[in-house]
Design a protein around this ligand. Structure first.
Ligand code: FES
Length: 279
């Protein structure tokens, strides 16, 4: 496997149908501008509807392959992925989804696919047929709880953008509504093997009880050690857009319980108190 070099795209649409009667193929570039063997590069091409689409051209031993540059998951740039020359598969640099550079399909059963395109080199020029040989599609979906949550957040943000302000809660409404306080205990004591007192958790429970008894607040506590999370895979370091809410690892894994945190923190709580051990 080799790392595809990061070609700089000039953002221009290189395609045209001035292609010496090789229609419907579009001229993309001269051979000089093509990636060298084992590498890839992003181009813009006009499709039949006149829209500009991003394509990724891969060079494997002098043969050129073309698929959509946009990963089906969250639009990661496939031209910057990792190419397996033997298998002719590219791995998206953002979260590792894989696509065949021959037909854009996932190399495993039930995976998503991207559009693939036929290429031709004529007189040292590369042409691409904008009619896809395979039309890509998304078949995998995040778990419903995540899509619901994401939709609620989107709706809320749109609403805020439209009104250009954070909704104000009147004093009367505040009086009639109990404040909701979420306590998150991050202590990692092993209750089954060696139960012991966690002072940070005790302090948190004291605070929650106090808020409830003295001020009538609604309270909940979440103990992180009771939930299962997949480890962060550090996508933020690849690109800020690769690591966004909701977590791409959690939303695709039914066993992951990050949704518990999202729902309580984003939807339910007015105040969140996080208790961490200090030793
Ligand atoms: S795997 Fe490509 S954007 Fe997530």
């Amino acid at each position: 496997m080799r790392r595809i070099s990061d070609y700089k795209d000039d953002g221009d649409d290189h395609s045209s149908n001035n292609n010496n009667n090789f229609s419907p193929f579009r001229y993309i570039c001269t051979i000089r501008d093509l990636p060298t063997a084992g590498k890839s590069r992003q181009f813009l091409m006009s499709n039949d509807k006149g829209s500009k689409i991003q394509i990724a051209i891969f060079n494997v031993d002098g043969k050129y392959y073309c698929i959509s540059n946009k990963c089906q998951h969250q639009g990661g740039p496939l031209s910057k992925g990792i190419l397996d020359k033997e298998k002719k598969v590219v791995t998206c640099p953002w979260h590792g989804w894989k696509y065949s550079i021959i037909d854009g399909k996932a190399p495993h059963k039930g995976g998503d696919s991207v559009d693939s395109y036929e290429t031709k080199v004529i007189d040292d020029n590369l042409y691409v047929n904008p009619a896809p040989t395979n039309i890509g599609g998304r078949v995998t979906q995040p778990h419903k709880e995540y899509s619901d949550l994401q939709n609620s957040v989107r709706e809320y943000l749109n609403h805020m953008e439209k009104d250009n302000k954070i909704p104000q809660v009147s004093i009367d409404a505040q009086k009639n509504n109990n404040t909701r306080i979420l306590g998150i205990s991050t202590t990692n004591s092993n209750d089954k093997v060696a139960p012991r007192k966690s002072t940070s958790e005790e302090a948190l429970m004291y605070a929650l009880d106090y808020a409830k008894n003295e001020f009538g607040a609604e309270t909940k506590i979440v103990k992180l050690r009771d939930l299962n999370f997949k480890h962060c895979e550090g996508y933020y370091s690849k690109n800020a857009s690769a690591c966004i809410f909701p977590c791409s690892i959690s939303e695709m894994d039914k066993e992951d319980q990050m949704i518990e945190i999202y729902q309580k923190v984003i939807i339910w709580a007015d105040i969140v108190i996080i208790a961490t051990p200090i030793s």
